[in-house]
Design a protein around this ligand. Structure first.
Ligand SMILES: NC(=O)c1ccc[n+]([C@@H]2O[C@H](COP(=O)([O-])OP(=O)(O)OC[C@H]3O[C@@H](n4cnc5c(N)ncnc54)[C@H](OP(=O)(O)O)[C@@H]3O)[C@@H](O)[C@H]2O)c1
Length: 254
């Protein structure tokens, strides 16, 4: 079933038809710079669409998993953020996602999941961009002053599925915000160098730049590594290291 979440009536119809036990809401406008330049679009895509889904679930007991982001943090902490840390979003995108979080938490069975820099099959991502540049013999500019916790979409999806099962198991109370990222943290440059090393390509492919030098429209947190404090309680384990996950991804046929 395909549904435009900007259309409240269509969203209500789709949810009524599906009668879901759980909804995993990963839809968003995640282009941070576009959000900054077009805040109205960000508001519609990230806040209103989320509200349409939550409103459509109002009379149901379905679990609602809201996929948020590490960008809700400002980066000032300089050590991995735990779920209890106070967000302080720096950009239009981050503010809209935080607003989405609050709507999710106001829904009784709402859970907020925060991944960090995503990589994985299907959608073009930072890791793919580095691989492509290496294969085409180009260089690619890479932030040297931004640290995150790279998150493999397949590991993240598995964790969300386990989280939904945990919730269905009927715990009362428990975590409402869960960081879901591969273990560890690195700068984008370290990530790019590791990708190049695993490909057997030259480090020269990645050209280090500072965020300020690129003059992108949206500010990004310089540090948004995530500590996954709640995961062991909720799904029984932390995720494998980002390096192991990266190797698994790069081993996939492409
Ligand atoms: N990218 C990252 O590194 C990152 C990091 C942390 C958190 N996140 C969060 O993770 C989630 C996924 O991000 P992403 O970067 O993977 O985004 P993405 O590739 O742009 O995926 C967004 C999805 O939303 C769907 N969508 C967009 N508008 C829609 C609408 N009106 N109705 C129904 N579906 C619609 C898109 O459908 P189509 O396939 O049809 O376009 C797409 O499947 C987002 O919530 C984002 O905030 C992303």
């Amino acid at each position: 079933m395909v549904c435009d979440l900007l259309d409240a009536a269509a969203t209500a119809r789709a949810i009524d038809e599906a009668q879901p036990e759980a909804v995993i809401h990963s839809q968003a406008l995640s282009d941070v710079d576009r959000c900054e330049l077009e805040p109205d679009v960000a508001q519609r895509m990230n806040v209103e669409a989320t509200a349409h889904v939550i409103r459509a679930l109002a009379t149901s007991a379905a679990t609602f998993v809201y996929v948020s982001t590490d960008y809700v943090f400002d980066g000032a902490k300089r050590s991995p953020y735990v779920e209890a840390d106070q967000p302080n979003p720096l950009s239009v995108y981050a503010r809209s996602k935080w607003e989405g979080e609050q709507a999710a938490l106001a829904y009784p069975s709402g859970i907020v999941v925060r991944p960090s820099t995503l990589f994985g099959p299907v959608r073009m991502n930072f890791c793919d961009a580095v691989v492509q540049a290496a294969k085409q013999g180009r260089t690619i500019e890479v932030f040297s002053d931004q640290t995150t916790s790279p998150t493999y979409t397949e590991d993240c999806a598995e964790a969300i599925e386990a989280l939904v099962r945990w919730k269905a198991g009927g715990p009362t109370g428990g975590a409402r915000i869960v960081h879901v990222a591969n273990t560890g943290a690195c700068s984008r440059l370290t990530l790019a160098y590791r990708i190049l090393e695993l490909l057997g390509a030259s480090r020269e492919v990645a050209r280090p730049v500072r965020m300020a030098d690129q003059r992108r429209p949206a500010p990004r947190p310089p540090y948004s590594a995530l500590e996954t404090t709640e995961l062991p309680t909720v799904i029984g384990r932390r995720l494998r290291s980002w390096d192991d996950a990266l190797q698994a991804y790069l081993r996939q046929p492409r």
